[in-house]
Design a protein around this ligand. Structure first.
Ligand SMILES: [Zn+2]
Ligand SMILES: [Zn+2]
Length: 130
């Protein structure tokens, strides 16, 4: 099936991918760069990561939101999508996860859709250099 690449709009053919081969490789490289940079520089801010890896800020937030990074920039925080508590990884805090786990068997459908908005990312610090 032919489709347009979401990034460069070029026509390409792939059953599931939304990016063409070039952009897919590029996206993968960017992610690896960010991941590696944060492993080497655990205290880095988003601005530092973006500057040193030349990866778009928006993309870095996306990685954080998707929970793909083991180490996240220090000025980005994730919030539990249920109670809003600050968490370091994932989409819900430990407390809500436990509650979910205990209620999920009896009320399996009640929580569906509740985390639809996904995890909210908040910038704690002003991004501008001071
Ligand atoms: Zn492309
Ligand atoms: Zn919570």
């Amino acid at each position: 099936m032919l489709r347009n690449c979401e990034e460069c709009n070029r026509l390409f053919s792939h059953p599931t991918r939304v990016l063409c081969q070039d952009c897919y490789e590029q996206a993968k490289r960017s992610f690896e760069l960010v991941k590696k940079y944060l492993q080497d520089n655990p205290g880095a801010t988003v601005a530092q990561v973006a500057r040193d890896t030349e990866v778009d800020l928006e993309l870095i937030y996306e990685y954080v939101q998707e929970g793909r990074l083991d180490v996240i920039p220090k000025d980005v925080s994730l919030q539990c999508s249920i109670c809003g508590a600050v968490i370091n990884v994932g989409r819900v805090c430990a407390k809500c996860r436990n509650e979910l786990r205990s209620t999920i068997s009896s009320e399996s459908s009640r929580y569906q859709g509740k985390s639809k908005n996904g995890t909210r990312v908040h910038i704690l610090d002003n991004l501008k250099d001071r």
